[in-house]
Design a protein around this ligand. Structure first.
Ligand SMILES: Nc1nc2c(ncn2[C@@H]2O[C@H](COP(=O)(O)OP(=O)(O)OP(=O)(O)O)[C@@H](O)[C@H]2O)c(=O)[nH]1
Ligand SMILES: [Mg+2]
Length: 423
């Protein structure tokens, strides 16, 4: 059921045949040729839609055929053109030609279109073939068949929103209340060691949030966990900057805030320019006055979208979520894959951090990453499962399973879970 990797067959509509017909009217014994043209076949067109986040629609349907053009008719009547078949795919989808593996299109913008196969031209009717010598053309052209292709459809993992902040600020807690992801949360710094993704479904918008390890001062020089993982949020549209306003560990929230922004700047000035929503967290642990004075300081720095929240007690989450949803739906994607290289795509887990063992028809996948993936998946939630599956694809596990000889219907075992392998 690894639906974020689909192979489909597309066929454009055939052109309609041209008509072979002669005018027959009372008192006109030998009417001239009046066979009309056949209509053109419909194209199969893919359209990127930012509202979609999965390739769910390809799970059960693998064959897509556009309408044929209608055949031409007598009395110079043209056949109707076949309608295009339009197929919506999420932004971030890549389509390859299955026979060559060549990338045909990389959808990075909402509304982007790609004609995958063209409909056949309609045939000309015999009315076109009359001339002074050949007055009764006894032939018409047949319509051209529509193109057909086998395509591979893949969906890259792209986070729309990145959570940044000092270790222990409550980023993972916030992810866990905004999405159905179940990241590890604990009262010590560097709880999060690998990026964790969650899917938000708010109103009719859905987007992906990435929780990354905490950043500290001098991360750009390798302090703490360093900042390599910042590349996971380089293509996000906006950042939620989580600040612990309680300053429990003797820290100053304002210098935390400035330090993080400075680290972003050191890493990539573009990332520092990304719109930021400030989540002033742990408001339950300090007085209202302290919260207010911090908020005022942030306002002075020019930030407008500031939300006072308590992630742990779910206070103030809804207005924050609504604002982020509104901004995400308005902001353009920052993803533009000019030259597509596999290594540039978001990788959920590094390759080679797993092993695959085969026992009869059961392929067991194990390794340290499994824990990370499992912790961030809610198996009750279809979106979460779909991201889990995608992470398997992106981490190369599916490829490795295939190399190990997995067949449709075999069992994949990961930790305590078993799945049927369905392509
Ligand atoms: N009082 C209070 N505690 C909170 C709040 N939000 C989170 N915490 C606690 O703060 C601690 C750190 O939370 P995490 O969500 O793990 O923090 P993080 O930013 O992901 O930390 P790292 O992954 O280590 O960078 C946990 O003990 C949380 O329970 C809050 O609103 N109020
Ligand atoms: Mg964390």
């Amino acid at each position: 059921m690894f639906i974020d990797h689909a192979k489909i067959y597309v066929k454009a509509g055939n052109g309609g045949n041209g008509a072979l017909s002669f005018r027959t009217e009372k008192y006109v014994p030998d009417g001239g040729p009046d066979g009309g043209d056949g209509g053109d076949g419909g194209n199969v067109v893919f359209v990127a839609a930012s509202k979609l986040t999965t390739l769910q629609s390809f799970r059960f349907k693998h064959k897509f055929v556009a309408d044929d053009g209608a055949k031409g008719m007598g009395r110079k009547m043209y056949g109707r053109g076949g309608a295009d078949l339009r197929i919506a795919v999420p932004v971030g989808t890549i389509i390859r030609d299955a026979s060559t593996n060549k990338i045909l299109v990389d959808f990075s913008q909402d509304g982007q279109e790609y004609i995958a196969v063209k409909g056949g031209k309609g045939g000309a009717g015999n009315m076109h073939y009359a001339n002074s010598v050949r007055q009764a053309p006894n032939f018409a052209r047949a319509g051209v068949p529509g193109e057909e292709k086998e395509l591979l459809i893949e969906l890259k993992l792209i986070a729309d929103v990145g959570l940044v902040g000092f270790p222990n600020a409550g980023k993972s807690t916030l992810l866990s209340v905004m999405t159905s992801a179940k990241p590890k949360i604990a009262d010590y710094p560097f709880t999060t060691l690998e990026p964790v993704l969650g899917v938000v479904n708010n109103f009719d918008t859905s987007f992906v949030i990435a929780d990354i390890p905490g950043i500290i001062e001098d991360a750009h020089e390798g302090a703490g966990l360093g900042h390599d993982f910042l590349r996971h949020i380089e293509r996000t549209r906006l950042l939620i900057h989580v600040v612990d306003v309680s300053a429990k560990d003797g820290r100053d929230p304002l210098s935390d805030f400035n330090n993080i922004n400075n680290e972003l700047l050191q890493f990539n000035p573009e990332l520092a320019k990304r719109p930021q929503v400030v989540a002033v967290n742990k408001c339950d642990a300090v007085s209202d006055e302290e919260v207010e004075s911090f908020v005022n300081e942030i306002k002075k720095l020019g930030y407008e979208d500031i939300f006072v929240i308590s992630a742990a007690s779910r206070v103030g989450i809804e207005p924050l979520l609504n604002k982020v949803t509104e901004l995400v739906s308005k902001l353009p994607t920052t993803v533009l894959f000019d030259d597509i290289e596999e290594e540039k795509l978001f990788k959920y887990v590094p390759k080679d951090q797993y092993t695959i063992e085969k026992h009869d028809d059961v392929f067991e996948v194990s390794g340290s990453w499994v824990k990370v993936v499992m912790e961030s998946t809610n198996f009750e939630d279809p979106d979460s499962i779909s991201y889990f599956q995608r992470s398997l694809v992106n981490s190369g596990v599916i490829e490795a399973l295939k190399k190990a000889g997995i067949k449709e219907g075999d069992t994949v075992k990961i930790a305590d879970w078993e799945f049927d392998f369905i392509e």
